[in-house]
Write a protein that binds this ligand. Structure first.
Ligand code: HEC
Ligand code: HEC
Ligand code: HEC
Length: 432
């Protein structure tokens, strides 16, 4: 009897593995000679250039200081280091021999030309929302306008068995959203344009949507905030911890300029989103994205100047803190207040820290990052710099300032701050 059970289980496993391998197997597309430039119209190539920018292809596919799109940019994930591919039109090491069909399959389903499965660090699930003509445009731009660079992709540092690429087929089956974009009939054309860009090429959810233990986006918690690359990508929904609700105009201002006087600056991984990605889109596209997110955030149309929160914030900031109260208020006054004490949030570049998301998030990470490394000129508002205090302030000092700001913003204290500052100070820094 036992033998028969073992026998049946073995058969079931073999059949299962066989069926799965069959399911996971993807054909290779025949290599082609790189397409000629005149195969595409100038308009298609220009559209591809815009979309490639909006999809931050260069942020992930270019090493800082390296050749455009030549890959080997390191992504540090919970599963190990992943290196991006060379997507220049080099025939041997890039995608020079890829047909449009092969490129389309990779962008939609995360399968390489030779049939191997790609890891979801490449946000193909979002690119799958693009129309065929938009994918064609990106292909046309890369194949005709990016110089070919010979550079082999480094091996990913993913441990066995997660490095078995065919297992990705199972991941995709379980977690990937394979649906194409279809307009929501009950929403405006503007909203739908915003949704198409945000869910698709700009893949906002890849950072702002929490993931499960295996890295799958939790679609039921879309845009509810997540940790990413040593930062917190805050919730963009009504569960935002901001004391002032995000309105359409706030989203617009933040996404267009890199700063909202009522919410803060786009630093860390959000900086290239604004300055490389969204910068390529027209004002009307940014308006559409803002309309879409204002709806997610509850579409509040209040004038914040009239809101109680703003009045309270203004009052708090108008007073110079009593330096004798504690070390935190003393350090804040001498180190930060010269720049953060205008008392008027409408003066750009003098952010009111009592309003900014960095002080209101449940997690102190973003505030600590900004105090350590400041806001570079290519982050936040272009050319406006906040200096970093990595070398000037100790862990205790930074924790004391953070605790003071947290308390004066009327929030519960953050636990274990000194330890947290130490951990963040020593974590490896990656160029954004
Ligand atoms: C968040 C980072 C990220 C972004 C943004 C990104 N990619 Fe990638 N891409 C990757 C990584 C990582 C890989 C390799 C994955 C692996 O090793 O399985 C990859 C692989 C690819 C491949 C497969 C190459 C091959 O040889 O198999 C193509 C094609 C590609 N990306 C195109 C693009 C395009 C076009 C864009 C912009 C529209 C883009 N990627 C944006 C991270 C990214
Ligand atoms: C690569 C990851 C990443 C992507 C992609 C991304 N974000 Fe962000 N986003 C972040 C991080 C990290 C922050 C926090 C930045 C800071 O505080 O300086 C942030 C901050 C924001 C904020 C400010 C929130 C607050 O409460 O302060 C908004 C609004 C925002 N992102 C919108 C978007 C939109 C819209 C998109 C898509 C067009 C997008 N993000 C794509 C990582 C990302
Ligand atoms: C020399 C002026 C200056 C000093 C000193 C300064 N800041 Fe800033 N800070 C700025 C400017 C300017 C910005 C906005 C940068 C931008 O958007 O480009 C900023 C932005 C910020 C932000 C918003 C970042 C975000 O991601 O939302 C925080 C938080 C912050 N500062 C905290 C502090 C703290 C805490 C101190 C003291 C330890 C301090 N700053 C000292 C000028 C300064």
């Amino acid at each position: 009897m036992l033998k028969r059970v073992i026998y049946s289980v073995c058969i079931a496993v073999i059949v299962g593995v066989g069926l799965f391998s069959f399911y996971a197997w993807q054909p290779a597309f025949t290599p082609i000679a790189p397409p000629a430039k005149d195969q595409f119209t100038q308009q298609t190539i220009a559209q591809g250039k815009k979309l490639a920018a909006a999809g931050y292809c260069s942020t992930c596919h270019t090493l800082p200081g390296g050749k455009l799109y030549a890959g080997n940019y390191q992504m540090h994930t919970a599963f190990g280091v992943i290196y991006s591919s060379n997507i220049t039109p080099d025939v041997n090491t890039g995608i020079g021999s890829w047909s449009e069909e092969a490129f389309n399959r990779a962008m939609r389903t995360g399968v390489s030309r030779d049939g191997h499965h790609l890891l979801p660090a490449f946000p193909f699930e979002h690119f799958n929302k693009l129309t065929d003509s938009d994918i064609k445009a990106i292909y046309a731009y890369i194949m005709t306008s990016i110089p070919a660079v010979e550079q082999l992709k480094k091996e990913n540092g993913i441990p066995f068995p997660l490095n078995l690429r065919f297992l990705q087929a199972g991941w995709k089956l379980l977690f990937a959203d394979t649906s194409r974009f279809s307009p929501h009939q009950d929403k405006s054309a503007e909203w739908n344009r915003g949704a198409y860009l945000a869910e698709g090429v700009a893949h906002c959810g890849a950072c702002h949507t929490p993931r499960n233990a295996l890295g799958g986006e939790l679609y039921s918690k879309m845009y509810q905030g997540a940790a990413i690359d040593g930062w917190i990508a805050p919730a963009l929904t009504s569960s935002s911890s901001s004391p002032l609700p995000w309105r359409q105009i706030d989203f617009y201002e933040y996404l267009r300029s890199g700063n909202s006087p009522f919410h803060g600056s786009a630093a860390g991984p959000m900086a290239p989103v604004v300055h490389h990605g969204l910068a390529a889109l027209s004002d009307s596209d940014i308006t559409s994205i803002s309309v879409y997110f204002a709806d997610h955030a509850g579409n509040v149309t209040d004038d914040p100047a009239a809101s109680d929160t703003l009045q309270i914030a203004l009052k708090t900031q108008h007073k110079i803190p009593d330096m004798r109260i504690d070390e935190g208020s003393r350090l804040y006054t001498i180190t930060c207040s010269a720049c953060h004490y205008s008392g008027d949030p409408l003066i750009k570049g003098r952010p009111l820290l009592s309003l900014g998301s960095a002080t209101h998030l449940d997690d102190a990470t973003n505030l600590i990052n900004v105090i350590l490394d400041g806001v570079r000129s290519d982050q936040g508002i272009s050319s406006l710099v906040m200096p970093g205090f990595r070398n000037a302030l100790s862990d205790n000092d930074i924790a004391a300032i953070a605790a003071y700001l947290r308390q004066s913003a009327g929030e519960q204290p953050w636990p274990n701050l000194i330890k947290k500052v130490g951990e963040i100070r020593h974590q490896p820094r990656f160029e954004q």
